[in-house]
Design a protein around this ligand. Structure first.
Ligand SMILES: *[C@@H]1O[C@H](CO)[C@@H](O)[C@H](O)[C@H]1NC(C)=O
Ligand SMILES: *[C@@H]1O[C@H](CO)[C@@H](O)[C@H](O)[C@H]1NC(C)=O
Length: 190
């Protein structure tokens, strides 16, 4: 009787140790905010809200990230719509080549961590959703570390899990135009 009570205490202890180890490992793989910035209101007419772009709200705190979630063979992400053309809602020219890009070509910006200091510039990624896939070229960074300034069209810092895509990508995935703007996808290096 006594010895079985001890051994069941022992196995509970083991279980607790096991569970907390799993939690620690899972935590190490998470990408946590690196800081936060306070929203500033855009000067009149400077935040283009076409295509559901968000404008910073004065005084609101936005988390920033230098990391993105770890990559798997098919990494989950959130697809958003961006214009890479001059005068579009993407702010300045693309980070990879300092150029604008035609929205009829499948091009994307990746959150800072996945952009990897330009390590994916001009590489192609495969984006899957809706039972379809499209190959798109990485041309820009969706900056998770800064925002709410002229360089970022007074939009908040990018979340850490964004694939921000030209309309060509949305078209190729067969998403009805009314639903363009936000979609759960998976992606991998092509
Ligand atoms: C909104 O999206 C459409 C489709 O990509 C694009 O033609 C248009 O230029 C965008 N508007 C802005 C202001 O970016
Ligand atoms: C990515 O795809 C484009 C268009 O198909 C192609 O021109 C380019 O060479 C590809 N880039 C790489 C790094 O393979």
């Amino acid at each position: 009787m006594k010895s079985s009570a001890i051994s069941s205490q022992g196995s509970i202890l083991l279980l607790v140790i096991l569970l907390s180890t799993i939690c620690l490992v899972a935590e190490a793989q998470q990408c946590r905010p690196s800081g936060k910035i306070r929203g500033r209101k855009a000067p009149a007419g400077q935040c283009n809200q076409e295509n559901d772009s968000d404008c910073c709200v004065a005084g609101k705190m936005y988390p920033t990230y230098t990391c993105s979630p770890p990559l798997s063979g098919s990494t989950k992400a959130y697809l958003t719509l961006n214009s890479f053309e001059a005068g579009g809602d993407g702010g300045g020219p693309s980070e990879c080549d300092n150029k604008y890009h035609n929205d009829n070509t499948p091009v994307v910006a990746l959150s800072t961590g996945w952009y990897n200091h330009g390590g994916r510039c001009h590489n192609n990624i495969t984006i899957s959703a809706n039972g379809r896939s499209v190959v798109a070229m990485v041309v820009d960074e969706c900056d998770s570390t800064e925002g709410c300034d002229a360089d970022h069209d007074y939009q908040p810092p990018c979340p850490n899990n964004i694939v921000d895509a030209s309309k060509a990508v949305w078209k190729a995935l067969g998403v009805p135009k009314d639903n363009w703007g936000g979609l759960d996808i998976t992606w991998s290096d092509a």
